[in-house]
Write a protein that binds this ligand. Structure first.
Ligand SMILES: O=C(CO)[C@@H](O)[C@H](O)COP(=O)(O)O
Length: 232
């Protein structure tokens, strides 16, 4: 058995979900899976097509972004993942995609308003969009700074990473996270669907109202918290 086998497999399985769910084209995204006890994460190798991935090809990186095991170069987004793992102690997986609708909102530099109950089933808040980065930061360590751009945006909006597990990075694309890589992938798929529905809502009615607080509460609390009652 290879070293870090569990996170290699978790990262592999989660990465393979991205093309299966229609969230990536070619090599447009990446997933990582963390091992908190070992202080490392497994991440997709950069530029390798999904069809060629194996658990053994995942690259093992520490929370400072240093490669500790693996033959291939890690994803170009590795430092963003590293910054988030280092500062957000309870996340176990991170996803970055360029899924079409979520990326269109990011490129438009707009948060996604909460228009309907599909959104409220998962979040009570608009999906935040981080403002585009300053030129001097882009010229420096761009991916490292993207991690801080994400954290600063949540802090400015007084949101915790437990309250909202998704963000749009202005001019760029979405990032999602969760307690496991599978949950982070689920969040990516939910975000893309919410983004698509919000886009179509504004296309049909550019004055569409935000969802009423009573419906936000009803739908969110059905699936979350001590009084949840959804499913069996
Ligand atoms: O955001 C970008 C490039 O703009 C990246 O997410 C790539 O789309 C995937 O890069 P690798 O993970 O293959 O390095």
């Amino acid at each position: 058995m290879q070293k870090y086998q569990a996170i290699r497999e978790a990262a592999y399985e989660a990465n393979m979900q991205l093309p299966a769910l229609g969230l990536v084209l070619f090599t447009f995204g990446n997933v990582s899976a963390a091992d908190r006890d070992a202080g490392v994460f497994a991440i997709k190798p950069s530029g390798v097509p999904y069809a060629e991935l194996t658990p053994a090809k995942m690259v093992i990186v520490d929370f400072d972004g240093k490669v500790v095991d693996g033959e291939l170069r890690p994803s170009s987004d590795t430092l963003t993942h590293a910054v988030l793992y280092k500062h957000w102690k309870e996340i176990g997986g991170i996803v970055h995609t360029h899924s079409t609708y979520a990326t269109a909102w990011a490129q438009s530099q707009r948060s996604i308003p909460i228009y309907g109950t599909t959104h409220a089933d998962h979040n009570t808040l608009d999906i935040p969009c981080a403002a585009p980065m300053a030129d001097e930061l882009i010229a420096g360590d761009y991916e490292y700074q993207t991690g801080f751009q994400i954290m600063n945006t949540l802090a400015e909006q007084q949101l915790s990473y437990q309250e909202i597990e998704m963000i749009l990075v202005g001019n760029h694309a979405p990032f999602t996270w969760g307690s496991t890589p599978a949950k982070a992938v689920y969040n990516s798929a939910v975000l893309e669907e919410i983004a698509k529905m919000a886009y179509l809502t504004e296309s049909i009615n550019f004055r569409a109202p935000r969802l009423k607080d009573s419906l936000i509460k009803k739908h969110y609390e059905r699936k979350h918290g001590p009084n949840s009652y959804y499913g069996q």
